[in-house]
Design a protein around this ligand. Structure first.
Ligand code: IPE
Ligand code: IPE
Ligand code: MG
Length: 271
C-alpha cells in the first residue's frame, strides 16, 4: 500500500481514493474478466486487433497497481475455451500479443517481485506460445510477491472436469478408487488454482453481467463489481474505485454477521 501512495501525485483524485482504502481490508485475491477490447476498437473505427493491443497497457497498469497495493493474487481472464470460436486471424493475433506481452513485461514483473502462473488447458495452445509462456512462468518461480495467474484456454467447467479426472487417475493408481469419497477440500486442491485463496473481488469490464465460464468454483462468495469501462480504458483509478466499492460490502457468507469466513459457515463434513 505504501508503495502505491509513493507514486501517486499529492492532491490527485487517485491519491484521495487510495487514501480512503483501508489497508487492513484489502481483497487478498482480485480476479478480472478483461472484456470490451473489440468494442473499444469499433468505437474508434479500428480493427479488433487494435483493441487487444491497447488492452496490454491496462494489464500492465493493473498488475503494477496490485503489486504496489500488496495484494496476494490477481487472476486475469485472457482467453476462454470458448474464444476458439472467433475467426482464426483474431485468435492468431491474441497469441502474437501474448508473446509480445511476455517478452516486454517480464522485466517489469521481475522488478515487482511478481510470480507468474498460467491456468487453463495449456496443452491446447500452439507449441511456441506454450513454450514461451512456461519459460516466463519458470523465470518468476522464485518470486514471493503478487501471484499473477493468466487464465488462458481456460474454462471453469473444463477446470472442474480436469480436477475430477485427476482425482480419479490418482485413486486408480493408488488402488483406492472403490473407496474414493470427494469433499470440497479435495476438489479445491486439484483445481488449477490449488493453494491460491479464492477471489474476494471479481471485476468485469464493459458492462456485461455474466461470468462467462470464469472460476465457477472459486467465485462462490466473491464480491462482483461490473464497470462500463472497456478493458483498454481500465486504469489505476478504476481499480481503486472497485476496491473502495468492495470495502463497502457486507460479506456474510450465508450468516447474519459480517466478517465470518466461508469455512466457518460450512457444516462439519459428513463421512
Ligand atoms: C476481451 O475483449 C478479450 C478477449 C475475450 C480475448 P473482447 O474481444 O471480448 O471484446 P468485445 O467483448 O468484443 O468488445
Ligand atoms: C470472456 O469474454 C473471456 C475473456 C475475457 C477472455 P468474452 O467476450 O469471450 O465473453 P462473452 O462471449 O461476452 O460471454
Ligand atoms: Mg467480449
Amino acid at each position: 500500500m505504501k508503495a502505491l501512495l509513493e507514486v501517486l501525485a499529492p492532491g490527485s483524485e487517485e491519491r484521495t481514493l487510495a487514501g480512503a482504502i483501508d489497508p487492513k481490508r484489502l481483497p487478498a485475491h482480485v480476479a478480472i474478466i478483461m472484456d470490451g477490447n473489440g468494442r473499444w476498437a469499433k468505437r474508434r473505427n479500428l480493427p479488433r486487433a487494435a483493441g487487444h493491443k491497447a488492452g496490454i497497457d491496462a494489464v500492465r497498469e493493473t498488475v503494477e497497481t496490485c503489486a504496489r497495493l500488496g495484494l496476494k493474487a490477481l487472476t486475469l481472464y485472457a482467453f476462454s475455451v470458448e474464444n476458439w470460436k472467433r475467426p482464426r486471424t483474431e485468435v492468431d493475433t491474441l497469441w502474437r500479443l501474448l508473446r509480445i506481452y511476455l517478452r516486454r513485461e517480464l522485466p517489469v514483473l521481475l522488478k515487482h517481485n511478481v510470480r507468474l502462473s498460467a491456468i487453463g488447458r495449456l496443452g491446447g495452445l500452439p507449441d511456441s506460445v506454450r513454450q514461451e509462456l512456461l519459460a516466463a512462468v519458470e523465470s518468476t518461480a522464485a518470486k514471493t510477491g503478487l501471484r499473477v495467474n493468466l487464465a488462458i484456454n481456460y474454462g471453469g467447467r473444463a477446470e472442474l472436469v480436469d480436477a475430477v479426472n485427476a482425482l480419479l487417475a490418482e485413486a486408480r493408481a493408488a488402488g483406492t478408487l472403490g473407496s474414493l469419497c470427494l469433499d470440497e477440500d479435495l476438489i479445491a486442491s486439484h483445481l488449477y488454482t490449488a493453494g491460491v485463496p479464492d477471489p474476494d473481488l471479481l471485476i468485469r469490464t464493459s458492462g456485461e453481467m455474466r461470468v462467462s465460464n470464469f472460476l465457477l468454483w472459486q467465485i462462490a462468495y466473491a464480491e462482483i463489481y461490473v464497470t462500463d469501462t472497456l478493458w483498454p480504458d481500465f486504469r489505476r483509478i478504476d481499480l481503486l474505485r472497485a476496491i473502495l466499492d468492495y470495502q463497502k460490502r457486507d460479506r456474510r457468507f450465508g450468516g447474519i454477521k459480517a466478517g465470518a469466513g466461508l469455512k466457518a459457515a460450512l457444516p462439519v463434513a459428513q463421512p
